[in-house]
Write a protein that binds this ligand. Structure first.
Ligand SMILES: NC(=O)C1=CN([C@@H]2O[C@H](COP(=O)(O)OP(=O)(O)OC[C@H]3O[C@@H](n4cnc5c(N)ncnc54)[C@H](OP(=O)(O)O)[C@@H]3O)[C@@H](O)[C@H]2O)[C@@H](O)CC1
Ligand SMILES: Nc1ncnc2c1ncn2[C@@H]1O[C@H](COP(=O)(O)OP(=O)(O)O)[C@@H](O)[C@H]1O
Ligand SMILES: [K+]
Length: 490
């Protein structure tokens, strides 16, 4: 599992170790690690021209110290300075180091035009979203051919990973110190990070065996074996978990097929389907494992393809089951049409699985204040958290990066998964995800684990279904059993 800590907790951890270290030691470790990565990238590209974008804070200092190492080894190093003081030394004192410093009136654009490696040291964890004007001009002038290494984080991006920034660096690689930060994992900023490289500077957090909860977590393939509910010899179909699915209607007949196919494929003990006549006939034909109608279950999925306003035959009875599932103390995953039935906290563990548009609609209704999809996408974590706090539910916000956000009072980390290829952005993929996560709830996992593990397996299944090419949702559903086996036996 990759874990990220907030800037405040990183600063506290830095202060704790600095108390026992000679002054400057921590930064020296950071700069050494940064220089080592730059050296390796230059060696593999054969490049020699390095330009450092130097901000006023310690992030700039890291980049400048790394440049001193590289200059001493014969690389051609230039540092760009704005109308601010450099964090260490002045332009004159830099002469002896072999690093040439160029100010706002020098030909910095010429230096950038021939740069082979650009080291972005404008802002680190002390940064606010956005760049000073001159730094924004530097960033615009970076040639596409240059390899961009961001120091600690891509400058201009929100260190907390909350807000999408208008101006900021998009790095090929980010070299971060000690532990990852939220900016590296959250959807508002993650695309700007590139390859993430961790340099150990001896911080006391995030070490192996340290189970202090982080602020943001990302499950990796090894976590699947740790968390997946694998049956034992003593299990039977009931002990493995029975999932009830209330989905589909006379107008939406595909969603229940996708959801049930995925749920059965994820390894359920049994599935009970509650639908109207047409999707019931289809599920009977296509998912022969399912049984029909109400009965005892360990968890529910309510909502894929559910039209809560339908007056078609069977709709009222189906809606009654949906409402009684929500009123029960069983775990319930609420998706798509089912989200219209959510009006506040319910008795049992709850996983809501909206996309950004559905989250905006739900939040507008719950708060009485109109919110739209774009507003949600500008601060995905903040909006998901608002819904989690208003409902007491864990909110899985779907997207290229999927967030799983528990309510604040739970004191749990946010999970952020980015395992899916963009090909997964296709109609019906959400119904598949609901089936997988529902199966995991029925298997006894918490909403946080079920949501994040489900998102991971869903993404891997999309890749395995047709590596490198397009996938339809049904193919993803059919790939779920193989994806689980692949991850459990690797
Ligand atoms: N502590 C340690 O031992 C270690 C620290 N390490 C390194 O230090 C980094 C953190 O350094 P830092 O705290 O100096 O903050 P950093 O991000 O460089 O700059 C903040 C400055 O920028 C300014 N400013 C902010 N936003 C702005 C904006 N949008 N546009 C314009 N200006 C803006 C802000 O000024 P303000 O306006 O708030 O007065 C402030 O002056 C960390 O990421 C890591 O690289 C490592 O070496 C490991 C050991
Ligand atoms: N750009 C993307 N890259 C990877 N996965 C994506 C991307 N966009 C959407 N997805 C995933 O595709 C699925 C789409 O779900 P959803 O919007 O609910 O579709 P539907 O309602 O048609 O089933 C979600 O799991 C989401 O995380
Ligand atoms: K930076």
């Amino acid at each position: 599992m990759l874990r990220a800590w907030s800037a405040a907790r990183v600063r506290a951890a830095e202060e704790a170790v600095m108390a026992d270290l000679p002054e400057g030691e921590l930064m020296a470790r950071a700069a050494d690690g940064l220089a080592e990565v730059c050296r390796a990238r230059l060696a593999s590209s054969g490049g020699s021209r390095v330009v450092v974008l130097a901000g006023a804070g310690n992030n700039g200092a890291d980049a400048l110290y790394a440049a001193v190492h590289l200059a001493a080894e014969g690389f051609d190093c230039v540092a760009l300075q704005g109308d601010w003081m450099l964090a260490i030394g002045d332009a004159a004192s830099w002469g002896a180091s072999g690093v040439r410093v160029l100010g706002p009136d020098d030909d910095w654009a010429g230096a950038l035009a021939s740069a082979e490696l650009v080291v972005d040291g404008v802002l680190g964890i002390g940064g606010r979203p956005g760049l000073p004007d001159l730094a924004a001009q530097w960033v615009d002038a970076i040639p596409d051919s240059a390899y961009v290494v961001a120091v600690d984080l891509p400058s201009g991006q929100d260190p907390a990973g909350r807000q999408v920034s208008d101006t900021g660096v998009f790095a090929d690689e980010t070299v971060t110190f000690g532990v990852a930060k939220p900016v590296h994992l959250l959807p508002a900023s993650e695309a700007a990070v590139g390859r993430l490289t961790l340099v150990d500077i001896g911080l006391g957090i995030g070490r192996d065996g340290d189970d202090e909860p982080a602020d943001v977590e990302r499950l990796d393939f090894a976590d699947v074996a740790r968390l997946w509910p694998v049956p034992g010899a003593g299990d039977d179909k009931y002990s493995r978990g029975v999932l009830g699915v209330v989905a589909g209607g006379e107008d939406y007949t595909g969603a229940p097929l996708l959801c049930c196919t995925a749920a059965v494929g994820a390894g359920l003990g049994m599935l009970r389907y509650v639908g109207t006549p047409t999707p019931t006939a289809l599920v009977r034909a296509e998912v022969p494992e399912a049984v029909h109608g109400e009965g005892r279950v360990q968890a529910w999925v309510v909502g894929p393809g559910l039209d809560t306003h339908s007056r078609a035959a069977g709709s009222k009875a189906q809606l009654d089951v949906a409402r009684s599932a929500l009123a029960s103390d069983l775990p319930v995953l609420v998706d798509a049409g089912g989200l219209d039935l959510v009006d506040g906290p319910r008795p049992g563990p709850t996983l809501l699985t909206p996309h950004a548009g559905e989250l905006a609609r739900l939040l507008s209704r719950l708060s009485g204040e109109e919110t739209d999809r774009e507003t949600v996408q500008a601060d995905p974590l903040g909006h998901a958290r608002q819904v989690a706090d208003r409902t007491g539910a864990t909110v899985l916000l779907k997207g290229a990066t999927t967030l799983v956000v528990p309510p604040t009072t739970a004191g749990l980390p946010v999970r952020s998964q980015n395992d899916a290829p963009p090909w997964l952005a296709t109609a019906g993929a959400g119904d598949v995800l609901a089936g997988v996560c529902g199966a995991l709830l029925a298997g006894g996992l918490s909403p946080l684990d079920a949501g994040s593990l489900g998102a991971l397996v869903h993404g891997v299944a999309a890749d395995l279904a047709n590596p490198g090419g397009p996938v339809r949702a049904l193919a993803v559903a059919h790939a779920i059993p193989g994806a689980v086996a692949h991850l459990l036996t690797r």
